[in-house]
Design a protein around this ligand. Structure first.
Ligand SMILES: Nc1nc2c(c(=O)[nH]1)N[C@H]1C(S)=C(S)[C@@H](COP(=O)(O)OP(=O)(O)OC[C@H]3O[C@@H](n4cnc5c(=O)[nH]c(N)nc54)[C@H](O)[C@@H]3O)O[C@H]1N2
Ligand SMILES: Nc1nc2c(c(=O)[nH]1)N[C@H]1C(S)=C(S)[C@@H](COP(=O)(O)OP(=O)(O)OC[C@H]3O[C@@H](n4cnc5c(=O)[nH]c(N)nc54)[C@H](O)[C@@H]3O)O[C@H]1N2
Ligand code: SF4
Ligand SMILES: [Mo]
Length: 804
């Protein structure tokens, strides 16, 4: 700190992305000068270039140092930012928010934050949620539909749990690791180092990715799937496994709803009261092959009336019911039929993955089990995300690897009090979540609003007009498809406050901007580091390496100060952050004083429980948190809402196959991926990072480039049916010639290197989301199709000035 002489090392962790790498910081003469890996930390094996650039980020000349108020109307080229005091800023914010709540209901104010995977906002997401709920708003907009639905909520239909989002891959013990639409070498360093270690001890690796990147080069099987056709591949793998008997029949019979009978006429599961007058309407029915008669299944106890080994998994039965004869089949019979449509030969045509490689991969998944898997962005951003991840969930169930050592495991957590305050929001307010009517099974059930629904509510008052936005960091206009609509939506708000370390194109539309201190300047409490039992057992309080710059404050201080001014102090320990943390930590046995005294953190011994579904609970095993307490291959909940009850393949709605007319002008499939050197739309202003990645790149196969007269490094135009943006060509022989891959997030200049920024909208833009759309979105979860659309790539015309 100021006045300090000499050099010292401080234990900390980098909070810039989801990896949260354990680290040691060097403080020299009071200044934060370097960050190093800390191998003694469970996530400290390595640091990436972004973490190492931490000091540059902290000291960056463009950091926001004071609260700002806009003086020019929205839409003006320059917002006319005027410096104001914190008191004025917080008074204005609270007065405007209270007025909106009074006049239009608290639901008219949406709360938002940057993704915890791309920022240190993970320190405070639960506190933002608490603030929102205490304020009375059911509306939280935070990329669920672009980043988390497929890992966290869609798997609930199958497993009643977030597999793989919370049931994480146990890389240390896995026999086979499956990464599907996930590239940890870029996205989560800790998973990449864990995988390299697993490979060294002989684990097998399967990578499903249109590009041969990251660990794909080390994989036993790399499956270059055509973007968006992943469900077809999963169904085909399942088909081979079933045909060959390469699946865990015991798990399927005992722990999934495979034996339950489905009525052909209604598509509903047969119930016991339909079969016999004394039957319980809550009981399902399977077919007892030994007795040749129906046998009830009671979900309350997870018990079948007869031993599971007697239950039929195949065959059509004609069953006399109270209302006549009905034809029924076990769920598994329907699964087999659906998968059979996707023979490897058919799947090769659909997905581009060679049939023989599908066969071989199916064998590996079986022979090298337990399988530990993870899926992410490659699957989140499709019109069919729910179906895709349901198909992969089904495949995963066949391996029988769930919740066993080396499979996907819920690592234990250090006990702590929950602080996100579900009790603070009235059910009547919850029922007002934007999007609930449109997608009753979507994120709105859990108070999440999609970007598409936010923009529609702000612009079209559907289902009502959203008028206020409290935003911690999120760069909403850049992150969502149709950025120009996003700009119009945010400009239409009555009041918008944005808290950030830097101005971004979203902040440009705010009324008030609040300067946030970086994670390196603030305390942050982390209870568990997620990726393993050892990582989960560490509780660490990040200590500030240097004082916050200017007048910047931590997000947490801002939240607590705002809560107090909004009259919500009683829910926020009267503004006392330490008291709040003490409450949070109480069940852990670890105190705040201990954590402050030990910056490397305190370890609380934990031990992982496996096969929790088989643990006794009341009269039977615990089972799963689905309506049937089994893994639901067949989802009656989805069927009741007119969605397919079994995972199916649907061709992406904007593809060369589904839109052949469109494909004549836009013959290439456009997907995208993260950048190693930047988090999402951030960090282009950091010289050490930008130096080696000057401009947005578009990856093309060399033949695709040659056919268009494009050479490596050329400026090109990416044309979609919605407009054009620019990028530099990068040739990649490991890509299907029909697929190209862009990057999202380019707008920022790097003054130190004299490198330009790009307008988020209009001519000269490099913003991929300007020419992508939010729809047609996934009917269940609302995911936007940012990873399977069509485009053409052409050399940039000579009359269009290149920015370099
Ligand atoms: N085409 C396309 N679009 C995408 C994606 C894609 O792959 N392709 N990815 C999507 C995904 S997965 C996501 S998660 C979103 C990401 O979208 P965002 O979560 O909005 O992420 P960033 O673009 O990184 O912007 C984060 C902002 O938060 C600020 N910030 C960083 N740390 C802090 C902090 O500690 N406190 C506060 N208050 N602010 C902070 C940064 O300065 C920056 O302005 O983008 C989505 N959009
Ligand atoms: N360096 C860095 N790290 C980050 C981030 C960052 O911006 N930069 N962002 C953070 C965030 S918010 C997130 S969500 C995570 C995301 O982490 P990842 O999900 O790993 O991110 P991506 O690299 O965008 O996508 C993974 C892979 O999906 C592939 N892919 C594209 N389309 C398809 C498809 O249709 N099917 C399949 N199977 N694969 C496809 C891409 O080629 C890519 O290699 O990373 C986090 N970590
Ligand atoms: S991967 Fe890089 S940015 Fe992410 S936490 Fe680790 S060092 Fe920080
Ligand atoms: Mo994300």
């Amino acid at each position: 700190m100021a006045g300090e002489q000499g050099s010292r090392q401080v234990s900390t962790f980098c909070a810039l992305c989801v990896a949260r790498c354990g680290a040691k910081a060097t403080i020299t003469d009071g200044a934060f000068v370097a960050l190093h890996p800390d191998p003694s930390h469970p996530t400290g094996q390595a640091l990436c270039v972004k973490g190492k650039a931490g000091p540059e980020l902290v000291n960056h000349p463009e950091r926001l140092l004071h609260p700002l108020r806009r003086t020019q109307p929205k839409g003006a080229a320059d917002p006319g930012w005027q410096r104001i005091t914190w008191d004025e800023a917080l008074d204005t914010v609270s007065a405007r928010l209270l007025a909106l709540a009074r006049e239009h209901g608290p639901e008219s104010v949406v709360f938002s934050n940057a993704s915890p995977s791309t920022s240190a906002i993970s320190d405070v997401v639960d506190w933002v949620t608490r603030l929102r709920r205490a304020f009375g708003s059911p509306n939280h907009c935070t990329y669920l539909e672009l980043c988390a639905w497929g890992r966290m909520l869609a798997p609930m239909f199958t497993f009643g749990a977030a597999v793989p989002g919370e049931y994480l891959p146990d890389l240390e013990h896995a026999g086979c690791i499956l990464f599907w639409g996930y590239n940890p070498s870029v996205a989560r360093l800790t998973h990449a180092t864990g995988t390299v270690a697993a490979l060294a001890r002989g684990a097998r690796l399967v990578v499903v990715d249109p590009r041969r990147v990251g660990l794909a080069a080390k994989a036993d099987h790399w499956l270059p799937v055509r973007p968006g056709t992943d469900a077809a591949l999963a169904l085909s793998l399942a088909h081979v496994m079933i045909e060959r008997g390469w699946f865990d029949a015991d798990f399927v019979r005992r722990w999934t709803n495979a034996p339950l009978l489905v009525r052909r006429d209604t598509g509903r599961l047969l119930r016991a009261h339909e079969v016999s007058p004394g039957g319980d309407p809550a009981h399902y029915v399977a077919w007892d092959e030994v007795a040749g008669e129906p046998a009830a299944y009671d979900p309350a106890t997870s018990r079948h009336q007869v031993g599971e080994e007697r239950l039929a998994l195949a065959g059509e039965r004609t069953i006399a019911t109270q209302s006549g004869v009905v034809v029924c089949r076990p769920v598994f019979d329907l699964v087999v039929e659906e998968c059979r449509r996707m023979t490897p030969a058919v799947a090769e045509k659909v997905t581009g993955v060679p049939a023989v490689e599908i066969e071989r991969t199916a064998r590996t998944l079986w022979e090298a089990r337990p399988v530990a898997f993870y899926t992410w962005s490659g699957l989140e951003q499709h019109s069919g995300t729910t179906q895709i991840v349901r198909a992969i969930g089904q495949l995963y169930a066949l391996t029988g690897s769930l919740d066993i050592r080396g499979g996907n495991v819920l690592f234990p957590s250090v006990p702590a009090n929950r602080v996100d305050g579900p009790e603070l929001l009235a059910p009547s307010q919850r029922a007002r979540t934007v999007g609930l009517a449109k997608r009753p099974l979507g994120g709105a059930r859990f108070e999440y609003v999609t970007g598409e629904d936010l923009f529609t509510a702000a612009l079209d008052s559907d289902p009502y007009r959203v008028r206020g936005l409290v935003n911690f960091g999120a760069n909403l206009v850049m992150a969502h498809g149709d950025s120009a609509r996003g700009r119009d939506a945010l400009a239409a708000l009555d009041f918008f406050v944005h808290a950030d370390m830097f101005l971004n194109p979203t902040a440009e539309l705010a009324d008030i901007v609040l300067p946030v201190a970086s994670a390196f300047e603030t305390e942050g409490l982390r209870i568990g580091f997620e990726i393993s039992e050892a990582a989960q057992s560490l509780v660490q309080l990040r200590s500030p390496l240097v004082a916050p710059r200017g007048e910047s404050r931590s997000d947490l201080q801002i939240i607590f100060a705002l809560a107090t001014r909004l009259g919500l102090a009683e829910h926020f320990w009267h503004g006392d952050v330490d008291a709040a943390w003490r409450h949070q930590l109480a069940p852990s046995g670890v105190t705040l004083e201990q954590l402050r005294a030990e910056p490397a953190g305190i370890r609380v011994p934990l031990s992982t429980r496996y096969r929790k579904y088989a643990e006794p609970d009341g009269d039977g095993p615990r089972g799963f948190r689905t309506p049937s307490r089994k893994v639901e291959l067949y989802s009656e909940v989805l069927a009741d809402h007119r969605y397919p009850p079994l995972p199916e393949f649907e061709e992406p709605p904007t593809s060369p196959r589904s839109r052949p007319g469109l494909a004549r002008r836009y013959p290439l499939i456009l997907t995208c991926a993260k950048s190693l050197r930047f988090c999402e739309s951030q960090h282009r202003n950091v010289a050490s990072l930008r130096r080696a990645a000057l401009d947005q790149q578009i990856e093309l196969h060399p033949d695709t480039a040659l056919a268009r007269g494009i050479a490596a490094g050329d400026w090109v135009r990416i044309d979609t049916p919605h407009g054009s943006v620019r990028a530099r060509a990068r040739l990649n022989g490991g890509l299907d010639p029909g697929v190209v891959c862009g990057q999202h997030g380019w707008w920022q200049a790097c003054a130190e290197l004299g490198l330009p920024g790009y307008p988020p909208y209009g001519p000269g833009s490099a913003n991929l989301n300007l020419v992508l759309r939010q729809g047609p979105s996934d009917p269940v979860g609302g995911n936007s199709p940012l990873r399977s659309s069509v485009c053409e790539v052409a050399p940039l015309p000579l009359d269009e000035p290149t920015p370099a």
